[in-house]
Design a protein around this ligand. Structure first.
Ligand SMILES: [Zn+2]
Length: 197
C-alpha cells in the first residue's frame, strides 16, 4: 500500500538529504506530522529563509547575511594571514581554535576527477585578487583526503609563482578525515605544526 502523496513527497525530500535513508526519512515525516502547527511553520520558514538570507562574502566566500562576513569586517584580526579551507563549516571548525586570528578563504569544494571539478570551478580567482604585499602567509587547510591533498598541491604551485609564503597544516589529522570533525586540540596541533609547501 502506498503512502498518501503529500506524505510520500515529504519522505522523498528527506531522502535527498545526506545520510538520510528510507527508514529515517519515513520516521522524520511521521514526526513532522505529529508536530505542533506553529513549529512546522517556523521550521518551513527557516528552510525558505536560509536560501534568501544567506549568501557568500564577496571577499572570502564564507557564508554571511551581508556583503562581507564578520571575519572580513573585523579589523582586529591579523590581516596578513589567510587560511584556505574547503567549506564554510571548516571556518567554524577552525574558529574553535582560539589561537588562530587571521583571515579565511573558502574554496567551495576541491578539485575532483570523479566529479569533473577543476581548479577553475573553485573560488580561487578572488583568492589571487586578495594577494598583495601585505599578505605574509597563506595556510592551506583543505581536508587530508586525496582531493584535499591534490587541491593543496595545485594551489601551492600557483602560489609559489606569486612568491607567496605558503604552508600546509600538519598531518595530525587522520588521513581521509574532515576538518570539521576534528577536535580543537588536534586542529591546534595541526595548525601549529604546519610546514612550508
Ligand atoms: Zn569574508
Amino acid at each position: 500500500m502506498n503512502y498518501p502523496q503529500s506524505f510520500q513527497d515529504l519522505v522523498d525530500c528527506f531522502k535527498r538529504l545526506p545520510g538520510i535513508g528510507g527508514k529515517s526519512a519515513e520516521r522524520l515525516a511521521y514526526y513532522i506530522l505529529s508536530m505542533d502547527k506553529s513549529y512546522v511553520e517556523e521550521f518551513s520558514d527557516s528552510i525558505k529563509n536560509i536560501q534568501e538570507s544567506i549568501h557568500y562574502c564577496v571577499k572570502c566566500g564564507h557564508i554571511c547575511e551581508d556583503e562581507f562576513c564578520d571575519i572580513c569586517k573585523d579589523k582586529n584580526r591579523d590581516q596578513d594571514t589567510i587560511c584556505v579551507v574547503e567549506d564554510s563549516k571548516d571556518v567554524f571548525a577552525m574558529e574553535k581554535v582560539k589561537e588562530y586570528n587571521g583571515l579565511y578563504h573558502v574554496l567551495h569544494g576541491t578539485m575532483s576527477i570523479l566529479d569533473g571539478k577543476t581548479i577553475e570551478d573553485l573560488n580561487v580567482n578572488s583568492l589571487f585578487e586578495r594577494l598583495d604585499d601585505s599578505i605574509k602567509e597563506v595556510i592551506i587547510a583543505t581536508n587530508p583526503t586525496r582531493e584535499g591533498e591534490t587541491t593543496a598541491l595545485y594551489l601551492a604551485k600557483l602560489l609559489a609563482k606569486r612568491n607567496i609564503n605558503t604552508t600546509r597544516i600538519a598531518n595530525g589529522l587522520p588521513i581521509g578525515s574532515n576538518i570539521d570533525y576534528a577536535d580543537e586540540l588536534t586542529l591546534l596541533k595541526s595548525l601549529e605544526g604546519r610546514k612550508k609547501i
